[in-house]
Every structure is written in C-alpha cells, then in structure tokens.
Design a protein around this ligand. Structure first.
Ligand SMILES: C[S@@+](CC[C@H](N)C(=O)[O-])C[C@H]1O[C@@H](n2cnc3c(N)ncnc32)[C@H](O)[C@@H]1O
Length: 347
C-alpha cells in the first residue's frame, strides 16, 4: 500500500481529494455525463423548463435581460440548452457556468466560465445535482451511543474516529440526531454554507437547488453515501475512480440558522465572514415543479395520429421524456428548493 492509501481521513477531506484533487474524478475530460445521466442529459425538456422559469423571473424583475448562473455546471450542457431555448424570444440571457472543472472546448462563447458565482447577479441561480457533490463528513453512533466521525482510507476501509463536537455536533442535534448504535448520518453543514453563499450572491431573483434530497422526517437511518462509475452504483471508495455522492438535507440548506456557519465571498462553498439569513424557502418535488412549468408525461390524443402522424410521434417521444423527468422512484422524486431574493434585500 502507498502512503496515501494507508492514510486515514474524515470523509469530507477524502472526498475533496478524490473528486477535486489532482486527477480528481470531476476534473477528468469525460465530465459527469461520462458516468451518469442527470435531468439535463435526460431530455431537452429540462432546459426548456429552466428557460421558462428564467423568463418568469425576468418578468418579475421587469427586465428583458437576465442572468442565469448555473452552479456545478458540468460541461455547460444546461446553459447551452437554455440559450438555444431562449433564442429569438426577446430575452437576453447572460450565462455564467460556475464550475471547478476547466471550460470545455467548443462551448458557446456567450457562456462566462468561472469558479465562483458572480456577485450581484439579477435573474436565476440554478444548481442541478451540485450540492450532493459538496463533500461532507460522515458520523456514526458507536456501541455506547457516542457519535463519532467516520474515517476512511483511499481503498475504502473505514474506522471510527474522534467524537463529533462543536458546530458539527450542533448541526446533527438540530437536523439529524443519531439515536441508535450503528446509525449514520452525513453532516450537511458544508452544504448549508455552500448554498447560503450561492443564494446571497444574488442581488435579485430566484435561487433553485435541485437534488436527491431528504427532510427531517425521512432521513435514511444509515446515511446515503454511495459511489457511481460508468453508469453503475458502486461502493464509495475515495480513490478518484468514482463519483462520491450523498443525498442532500435540503431543509437544512433552506434554513442554516444559528449553526449554519459563516458565509461570504469566495469559491462556491467556501466559508467567509457574515452569518446567513436566507429568504423564505419553498420545497417541491421535481414532478410538481416541472408540472408548474408545463412539463407533463401525458400522452398525446390518439386522434392526432391520423391528422398529424409526424406531430403525434414527436409528441409521444416528448411525453416519454417528460415521464422520465417526473417519474416516481426516479428523477421526479428529486426536490427543488427555491429561495426568492427580492430586489430590495439589503446585501
Ligand atoms: C453531478 S455534476 C452535475 C452537473 C450538471 N449540473 C448536471 O446536472 O448535469 C456536479 C458538478 O458540480 C461541480 N462542482 C462541485 N462543487 C463545486 C463548487 N464548489 N463550485 C463549482 N462547481 C462545483 C462538479 O465539478 C461537477 O461538475
């Protein structure tokens, strides 16, 4: 075993290295689409729905020019789709891809590629499957019920470390108490901070985070940390060979409160100076959020097949894609966290 393989680290540090360190999983040329399908890849209907949402936000702001900030933008696929969907609509979109990976070749020149959200954006900040990739520590209650950090080696072996204390312990007590020996949780505090930093970068508009998520009444008793490689779920091993992801406690992100930690300037997710006070939040399933934006899996009327066979086939294909985006037990169960930032908010 190499020195690195032998080293024990908390999951947050190990994940940071495996995903974003030298040769890290997310910095590779194939990008996320090389390993799994998000809603963005599943259908252009998703980008069209985001374009509709952006138009709504622009109307609310009374402007024909709006910012679209895509946090955790992958290879810019969503922005490319929204730019295409808004072409000729009269809305000017200023598109920002916030990403830790490098700008891909061939991306639309109109997309600004950056490693942090622009300050003072007016429009829509959208983060699809970003927060589940913000590294977090894992905690487990030992045989006596003491809650300890889980430490991991680069080969995936685990052991229990020091007792969880300080803000992490406060976060667990508030959002994810561990009562039984063996119970595990992902400590979502860094995600709360990352989300609050993203929301507070907006001068006006809406911030939307879409992710695999749970709320206080539905936490998984043993956590949800897992790996993905080449389209398959695999054991989470922090060696850079696979994605490392855990569902997001989105109710905590919505309301970081006293233990949410400092938020301010910096990389998306980097702690800063001031305490966050986030605007009121709404949590919806993707099924409901997309339905509101006009995406439904309803099949076209059969009569269309005889009057407009080509239109019928097209509508049928769209209904199939919409059904995938809104499916129970699949993408439709994702949660959309929306926070509206009124123009008058002092920041
Ligand atoms: C699961 S992928 C989602 C990509 C895209 N949003 C989609 O839905 O297809 C998560 C992306 O978030 C990026 N990411 C993670 N943490 C980030 C951060 N702090 N700032 C910017 N990008 C980040 C990763 O590099 C990765 O490309």
């Amino acid at each position: 075993m190499t020195d690195e393989t032998c080293q024990w680290q908390g999951w947050r540090q190990a994940t940071e290295r495996a995903l974003y360190g030298p040769g890290g999983f997310y910095l590779r040329p194939e990008g996320p689409a090389g390993h799994f399908r998000t809603s963005v890849h599943a259908s252009p209907l998703f980008a069209a729905a985001v374009a509709r949402l952006l138009r709504e936000v622009a109307e609310e702001l009374g402007t024909a020019e709006a910012d679209l900030v895509d946090v955790g933008a992958g290879r810019g696929e969503l922005l490319a789709g929204v730019l295409a969907a808004t072409e000729g609509s009269g809305l000017t979109v200023r598109a920002y891809a916030v990403e830790r990976a490098a700008r891909p070749a061939g991306l639309d020149d109109r997309v600004v590629w950056t490693d942090r959200p622009p300050r003072g954006a007016r429009g829509l900040l959208f983060a699809n499957e970003w927060l589940d990739n913000v590294p977090v520590d894992v905690a487990e209650a030992d045989a006596e019920g003491t809650v300890r950090y889980v430490e991991v080696r680069a080969d995936g072996a685990e052991r229990l470390g020091a007792p969880v204390s300080g803000p992490d312990a406060e976060w667990l007590a508030r959002w994810w108490p561990l009562r039984e020996p063996g119970a595990r949780a992902e400590i979502g505090r860094p995600r709360d901070e990352a989300w609050a930093a993203a929301v507070t970068s907006l001068a006006a508009g809406r911030a939307v985070a879409v992710d695999y998520a749970h709320v206080r009444d539905s936490r998984p008793p043993f956590g949800s940390l897992t790996g993905f490689r080449a389209g398959r779920e695999v054991p989470p091993v922090p060696d850079g060979s696979c994605d490392l992801t855990a569902h997001v406690a989105l109710d905590a992100c919505a309301d970081p409160g006293p233990t949410g930690g400092p938020v301010g300037e910096g990389h998306a997710g980097a702690p800063g100076a001031a305490g966050p006070v986030l605007p009121a939040a709404e949590l919806l399933t993707q099924r409901e959020a997309l339905r509101r934006l006009g995406v439904s899996g309803e099949r076209p009327p059969l009569a269309l097949a005889s009057t407009d066979p080509t239109g019928y086939v097209r509508a049928l294909a769209a209904a199939g894609e919409a059904a995938e985006l809104t499916a129970r037990g699949g993408l439709g169960d994702f949660l959309w966290l929306t926070q509206r930032v009124p123009p008058t908010t002092d920041r």
